[in-house]
Design a binder for this molecule. Structure first.
Ligand SMILES: NC(=O)c1ccc[n+]([C@@H]2O[C@H](COP(=O)([O-])OP(=O)(O)OC[C@H]3O[C@@H](n4cnc5c(N)ncnc54)[C@H](O)[C@@H]3O)[C@@H](O)[C@H]2O)c1
Length: 316
């Protein structure tokens, strides 16, 4: 039976991908995650159907036997935060760059058929032209952006020089159920959701006119699964976004309208390393991978809000 490995599979996107693989009836699903930011409870109801290893991707000896002979390794393990990469550049470099290198090396040595790498739209930095297209020169603005970009470069070189099939997907601001709202490094939509349900005003860093291509997690999972199969994708980088663009002020307005409340946002200083505008050109992903995002922002927000409402309320 084919084996699929998800690094970072106890995290927000990784745990959704594990569910996506199980729903496809893929075969054996193996999760590698040291639970730094992930949680085993993210896998609660599928825990019996998977194999979980609390291993660290920085440790080649531990991960090599786990990836050996796998059909596809989905590499999502990382410390995914711009502010944390500024406050902890050494740790984030070790995980995001060295960890990725060791993982790719283990996959190559272990005869893995393909690696799909979770890259980041932060690689683009501030570009003069929107939407951002894969042929643009990267201009990373933070250690995190550099680290994720190095992972892409390594993935591409492992294909071209070492014969390991790799595909990199630049995820654009993913949101949805199980995104942790409780850390100082949390994604903005999870922070908005918690504030909304607690009837508090959120703090927006900057003037709120920065914009993002918010992408619902199920659309990202569907594309990631397609990237594992697409024939003409090896060694390449694709945008994994929705193709739209909303400002943080617009998102907060929309959430208040959905919930029927008025809670004007507070504003704080802009954060270093933040990109001003972000929007994906999705044409290459549509053409080569069959990308077909299904969720509008409003639909995705409604689904996400229902999940947070049930989860934050806790058991009745
Ligand atoms: N969420 C987004 O909007 C977004 C955007 C662009 C790229 N990405 C990328 O997608 C991937 C998943 O991000 P996420 O939002 O689900 O974050 P997450 O923090 O929920 O998931 C990351 C997972 O990696 C695990 N991990 C961290 N260090 C590890 C290590 N040394 N060994 C093993 N496991 C380790 C964590 O415990 C966690 O479960 C990351 O690679 C991230 O860079 C996310």
């Amino acid at each position: 039976m084919p084996r699929y490995v998800v690094t970072g599979g106890a995290g927000f996107i990784g745990s959704a991908l594990v569910r996506g693989l199980l729903a496809e009836g893929a075969g054996r699903v193996v999760v590698i995650d040291n639970l730094l930011t992930g949680k085993e409870e993210n896998l609660a109801e599928v825990r019996e159907q998977i194999e979980f290893h609390p291993a660290d991707i920085r440790c080649y000896e531990k991960i090599a036997p786990l990836v050996q002979g796998a059909e596809v390794v989905f590499h999502l393990a990382a410390i995914p935060s711009v502010p944390r990469s500024i406050s902890e550049p050494v740790l984030t470099h070790e995980v995001n760059v060295n960890g990725t290198f060791h993982l790719l090396r283990a996959c190559r040595d272990g005869g893995v058929r393909r690696v799909v790498y979770a890259a980041s739209s932060s690689a683009y930095g501030d570009t003069e032209v929107l939407p951002k297209v894969e042929t643009m020169a990267p201009r990373p603005l933070s250690p995190y952006a550099v680290q994720k970009l190095l992972g892409e470069y390594y993935a591409s070189v492992f294909y071209h020089c070492l014969g390991l099939e790799t595909v990199s997907l630049r995820y654009f601001n993913v949101y949805g159920p199980r995104q942790d709202p409780n850390s100082p490094y949390s994604g903005v939509i999870s922070v908005f959701m918690k504030a909304l349900l607690e009837r508090r005003s959120p703090t927006i860093f900057g003037d709120g006119e920065q914009s993002r291509d918010f992408t619902y997690v199920e659309d990202v999972v569907a594309l990631t699964l397609k990237a594992a199969r697409a024939p003409a994708a090896c060694g390449k980088v694709y945008n994994a976004g929705n193709g739209g663009r909303y400002t943080l002020n617009q998102v907060w307005e929309l959430l208040q309208r959905i919930e029927g409340v008025r809670l004007p946002a507070r504003y704080g200083p802009p954060r270093p390393g933040d990109v001003r505008h972000s929007q994906a050109d999705t044409r290459a992903a549509v053409r080569d991978l069959g990308h077909a995002p299904r969720f509008s922002l409003e639909e995705g927000l409604r689904r996400t809000l229902e999940w947070y409402r049930q989860t934050l309320a806790g058991p009745a």
